[in-house]
Design a protein around this ligand. Structure first.
Ligand code: CDT
Length: 312
């Protein structure tokens, strides 16, 4: 008799805008409302977006890097986030939550915490690919100062045994890089959780603005398919402090197909039943890395001097 498939009911809890002066407790109550909504659908794991507790503060320059310290968490859970952790444990739902982390050593990371259904902390992931700039660039209609307010993590993309499978995390700009998925793919990942804040306007090349929605799904669908993994991509979308951000949260199967997608740009919960055993359909056939993947061959070609001169 065939084994029972490993089914996991997952939700992407998309957020609409968070105002600059919105109290943390109000935001946490929005998250708690979505958690309760997900519970009515029998969800076991809810994925919240990147920086899900505050407005996207790196859009404003401050002379001192500490000028935005009110937006960082120094403890997780802290007094304001504890009710979310309590609700989740009482409901038996796990969650991934993005937030700004300020460590006791004064380091600043763009972090996601993953919590199991019993309330235990599985892992923290700290964003690796930090986009934007670190100096004041007032010519832009709005700034993207992530490189001023967060440092790059050197902890890579570990995976974890949790939720009945092998899971990992990435954050926003990470999703555009194939290495993100492949690093976890090489460790057998079956579910990747990704939160994002993506402004529609890209100041260095506005020609990309019209393609934001396409690029968002393109990279996550390719990452899912090429590594035989589920991907949950969840946005903080809508017009936040005058900046229009992409919504389009999606749950993507190992086939690369979108199985659920947000219809709005506001707070919205989308749900899908993820069969984690579907990953093997790809991992054991087309993308059987042990049989077919040959990095040593392309590395050898690349090292032959004079084959292709790199641009100067
Ligand atoms: N938050 C985040 O990483 N956003 C980036 C915007 C890049 S434009 C500076 C993204 O890749 O969506």
């Amino acid at each position: 008799m065939a084994d029972t498939p490993r089914m996991l009911r997952i939700a992407a809890a998309q957020l609409g805008p968070i105002a600059k002066d919105e109290p943390r407790t109000d935001v946490v109550n929005r998250l708690r409302a979505m958690l309760a909504d997900a519970a009515t659908h029998g969800v076991e794991l809810v994925v919240f977006p990147e920086l899900a507790l505050t407005t996207f503060f790196p859009r404003w320059f401050t002379e001192e890097v500490s000028g935005h310290d009110q937006y960082y968490e120094t403890a997780m859970p802290g007094p304001e986030t504890q009710p979310l952790f309590d609700d989740a444990k009482n409901l038996g739902i796990g969650f991934a939550l993005g937030y700004a982390e300020l460590t006791p050593e004064g380091e600043r990371f763009n972090t996601t915490i993953l919590v199991e259904r019993d309330g235990s902390v599985v892992a923290k992931y700290r964003k690796v690919h930090i986009p934007g700039h670190d100096g004041d660039e007032p010519w832009r209609p709005f700034q993207h100062l992530e490189r001023r307010y967060f440092q790059e993590s050197d902890e890579g993309f570990p995976v974890h045994r949790a939720f009945g499978g092998i899971v990992g995390m990435a954050t926003c700009n990470d999703r555009r890089w194939p290495e993100t998925y492949r690093e976890m793919g090489l460790q057998g990942v079956e579910l990747i959780m990704i939160g994002y804040n993506t402004p529609i306007h890209y100041a260095p090349d506005p020609g990309q603005n019209a393609l934001q929605g396409f690029h968002n799904h393109l990279c996550m669908q390719a990452g899912a398919y090429q590594n035989g993994t589920w991907v949950v991509g969840v946005a903080k979308g809508g017009n936040e402090e005058g900046v229009e951000s992409l919504a389009q949260s999606a749950i993507i199967a190992p086939s690369g197909q979108i199985v659920a997608q947000a219809m709005t740009t506001g707070d919205e919960v989308i749900v899908a039943d993820a069969n984690l055993d579907w990953c093997a359909n790809y991992k054991e056939t087309l993308f059987n890395f042990a049989t077919y993947r040959r990095p040593e061959l392309y590395q050898r070609i690349g090292s032959q001097k004079g084959v292709i001169e790199p641009p100067t």
